[in-house]
Design a protein around this ligand. Structure first.
Ligand code: BG6
Length: 252
């Protein structure tokens, strides 16, 4: 979590896993960047909370956002978005469901904007994206292909990798820690973002030097929208595991 993160209900916390829905970035009809879900109040649907909001007796919490007067003004669709977090020994599993409760087909894009803590961004490698096509958001979303076997961060990176493999590994080489990002096949894409020096300075809720200590790898459906018929449900799931030793995967 950024040391300058602001929790005032007006914008998403800079850290954790803000939910981009019903659009990722500006890829959809909603005016707000990354949609409205990340600024919305969800209700707790499962899991018992103590007064400070901590889930005290279970390793599961399910949060739900339903259409309401505010969301209907921004996106005229009846929906229910639910997200279930399950703590595991080495990490967390996240399951998402979007129900189209209206009478017309809806389209949306989405992502989980997960921030991963790393010791030093210059010693981070992202594995599993070799030869994958991406949209370079730093160059007007021109289509490119990942040339290097391992994605590294010599500067700002802001890319939408399309139709990626379902396992991606973040190697935090300064600590030897590996984060295994696994996603279900309904999540086609993965965004990789680090703002680097100038953008970190220009971002009010991020410390000037804090770009060094995180990388965002965001699983989602960004390149093309999900088209959900009336009364249908779209499901997705992903898992993030912190491993002390490199996982035995073909991409490492
Ligand atoms: C990433 C986008 O997902 O989020 C970037 O690819 C964007 O373009 C970044 O800068 C942060 O967005 P925000 O709205 O949280 O500052």
């Amino acid at each position: 979590m950024s040391s300058k993160a602001v929790f005032d209900g007006k914008k998403a916390l800079r850290g954790g896993a803000p939910i981009c829905f019903p659009q990722f970035s500006d890829l959809g009809p909603v005016a707000s960047q990354h949609g409205f879900a990340r600024n919305s109040k969800f209700e707790v649907a499962e899991g018992e909370l103590d007064p400070s909001g901590v889930n005290k007796s279970h390793n599961i919490v399910k949060l739900v956002l339903r259409h309401n007067d505010e969301t209907l003004k921004m996106w005229p669709h009846e929906f229910m978005y639910s997200i279930t977090f399950t703590l595991k020994d080495q990490g967390i599993e996240i399951d998402v469901e979007v129900m189209n409760q209206g009478q017309c087909e809806v389209e949306f894009t989405t992502a989980l904007h997960t921030y991963f803590a790393v010791k030093d961004i210059t010693q981070v490698g992202v594995h599993g994206l070799h030869a994958v096509q991406y949209l370079d958001s730093l160059q007007g979303r021109v289509t490119k292909r990942q040339q290097d076997e391992v994605l590294r961060f010599p500067g700002e990176v802001d890319r939408i990798y399309l139709n990626t493999p379902n396992e991606i590994i973040i190697a935090d080489e300064a600590t030897g820690r590996h984060i295994l990002v696994s996603k279900a096949a309904t999540l086609f894409d993965a965004v990789v973002w680090n703002p680097w020096v100038e953008k970190a300075r220009a971002t009010s809720d991020l410390g000037d030097e804090e770009y060094k200590n995180f990388v965002c790898v965001e699983v989602g459906r960004c390149g093309s929208p999900i088209v959900l018929p009336a009364q249908a449900t779209w499901k997705a799931s992903c898992k993030f595991e912190a491993l002390e030793a490199p996982p035995a995967l073909a991409c490492l």
